[in-house]
Design a binder for this molecule. Structure first.
Ligand code: NGO
Length: 518
């Protein structure tokens, strides 16, 4: 009898040791595979059980806090089927998820957060709502992947216990969406914003005009949208955003702590505007609308005063509609503009932008114009101009085309996309670092990272998803996680794990052979 008891005890002890070593991922916070990888994670090996009566409690009754709590509830309700009542109370209580602002954690900055998951409660702390919002994306990834479903799932909702302390490396982490080559309705842009939000990105750069289309309503210039917005690459019907719709995009982004940067490309990439208003052309004649994919053939007439009246109207209205600090004026590939005219033009437009209280951003070509040091240069193709900008004191947004272009094919078999900057497989997209990309450009010169999705070949949401996912996740990590913590070997395992989540989301992501998908 004694012996039997002894054996039983030994077995129980062994079972305990064994089970704590093979704790399922949901019980080991360090193996949760979060993307972007957080700065510091400490697991405590147990779990918090979410129950039908688990509440979201907030320590302040502010609009911002209520907005965030509402966002969390709306994320968690469909798949759990629980109520997720929101309650205002000073401190955390057993069984609940407590969101709190407490301004005494200087190292967290405005986007950082500290998450503590104990067996009996969850506490998410940040200096600002923005930080809570980023932290919520972490909590979301700690739920089982079925949380992504739209209907109640029969799952035991557990969160692994431990603590996470996390804040971003770069303050600017974004993606550009080209709505000019093909037009995308507001709903698609919102879906895009949601992907950015999910991976803690904070900038949506909207490429609103190009040769093939003008996509934003400008009062006093109705033909821009009526004519310039009437088509797209391939000759489809195009489209445009009314100012109300644009405001809705900005509002939706803002609710997710994402800044919108509008881009009106000039003086080149302007055929849609030139086709709408003959007076913007040097010869006074409107060209035909263009639905091909060549670049570098159009230019606003840099000698005419009406050109600058036009730009002033566009920039002042967009400045009014956009709360963020930036105005992007393109400036790329102006091969149809004389060099000296280009320089004079960029300088005049820079003045217009700053007179509206905005900071100018442009593609690397604008560095040749001798910019104000406050202006920002987006490096895409033209390392010399990037270096020149850094020497001039301009901050850089890093979007090198051969690493960061979401419109490049993955490999020779990809049917969508372009390949002029090479193929960008998931490893090539991940395995680089903005601060070592060019020896002449250091971390202090860099504002952040953007991955652009140009849409010459992209016509709908599914195609968008295929090129964006999963590369976007890697760019998000490059922007958020310190370079010293990034590793392809580790990332590819986390991405493999994350694949289940993408599947539950029902998105059309690229299943790269390089990833050992689960
Ligand atoms: C270039 C060009 C765009 C194209 C894109 C396609 C820049 C900044 N200008 O990038 O007009 O759409 O390549 O990859």
């Amino acid at each position: 009898m004694k012996n039997q008891l002894f054996i039983l005890l030994v077995m129980a002890a062994l079972l305990h040791i064994f089970s704590s070593h093979t704790a399922p991922a949901f019980q080991n916070l360090e193996k949760a595979g979060i993307i972007p990888k957080p700065l510091k994670v400490q697991a405590t090996g147990s779990f918090f059980q979410v129950r039908p009566n688990t509440r979201i409690t907030i320590n302040r009754d502010s609009e911002g806090m209520k907005g965030i709590a509402g966002y969390v509830a709306q994320l968690l309700r469909p798949a759990t089927g629980f109520d997720w009542k929101i309650i205002h109370q000073k401190s955390a209580s057993p069984g609940n998820i407590h969101l709190m602002i407490s301004n005494n954690q200087p190292n967290l900055g405005d986007e950082g957060y500290k998450l503590t998951i104990a067996r009996d409660r969850v506490i998410l702390k940040a200096n600002e709502c923005k930080g809570l919002f980023r932290g919520i994306q972490t909590i979301r990834q700690l739920f089982p992947p079925e949380i992504e479903r739209k209907t109640p799932q029969d799952v035991s909702w557990k969160l692994a216990t431990g603590t996470i302390t996390d804040y971003p490396t770069y303050s600017h982490r974004g993606s550009m969406l080209d709505v000019a080559r093909h037009f995308f309705p507001v709903e698609d842009v919102k879906a895009y914003i949601d992907w950015l939000a999910r991976y803690k990105m904070n900038v949506l750069h909207l490429h609103l005009s190009d040769d093939q289309g003008w996509r934003i309503e400008i009062n006093g210039w109705p033909k821009l949208t009526r004519i310039g917005g009437s088509t797209e690459v391939g000759g489809g019907k195009g489209g445009y955003y009314t100012q109300e719709e644009y405001k809705e995009i900005v509002r939706y982004a803002r609710e997710r702590y994402i800044t919108v940067i509008p881009e009106i490309d000039m003086p080149g990439h302007t055929n849609a505007a030139l086709a709408s208003y003959p007076e913007l052309n040097c010869d006074g004649k409107a060209p035909d609308l263009y639905t091909g994919t060549k670049v570098g053939f159009s230019s606003l007439c840099t000698h005419k005063e009406i050109t600058y009246r036009f730009i002033e109207d566009v920039i002042s209205q967009l400045s009014e509609l956009t709360p963020g600090p930036y105005m992007h004026i393109g400036g790329d590939e102006s091969h149809a503009t004389e060099k000296q005219d280009y320089i004079t033009f960029i300088n005049r437009v820079q003045d217009i932008v700053t007179s509206q209280g905005k900071t100018l951003v442009g593609w690397n070509e604008i560095a040749e114009a001798g910019l104000n040091p406050e202006s920002v240069v987006q490096l895409w193709h033209g390392n010399e101009q990037g270096i020149q900008a850094a020497e001039n004191g301009n901050q850089l947004i890093m979007s090198p085309s051969e690493r960061a272009y979401l419109d490049m094919k993955y490999d020779s078999t990809t049917t969508l996309g372009l390949d002029w900057a090479g193929y960008i497989e998931v490893d090539r997209a991940y395995n680089w670092s903005p601060e070592t990309y060019l020896p002449e450009i250091g971390k202090e010169d860099i504002l952040g990272v953007e991955c652009p999705l140009w849409t010459e070949t992209v016509t709908n949401r599914e195609e968008m998803e295929y090129l964006v996912l999963p590369r976007l996740l890697g760019y998000a990590e490059i922007g958020w996680t310190p370079a010293s913590l990034q590793s392809w070997e580790d990332y590819k395992l986390r991405l493999a794990h994350h694949g289940r989540r993408l599947e539950e989301m029902g998105v059309n992501f690229y299943r790269s052979d390089l990833i050992p998908w689960k």
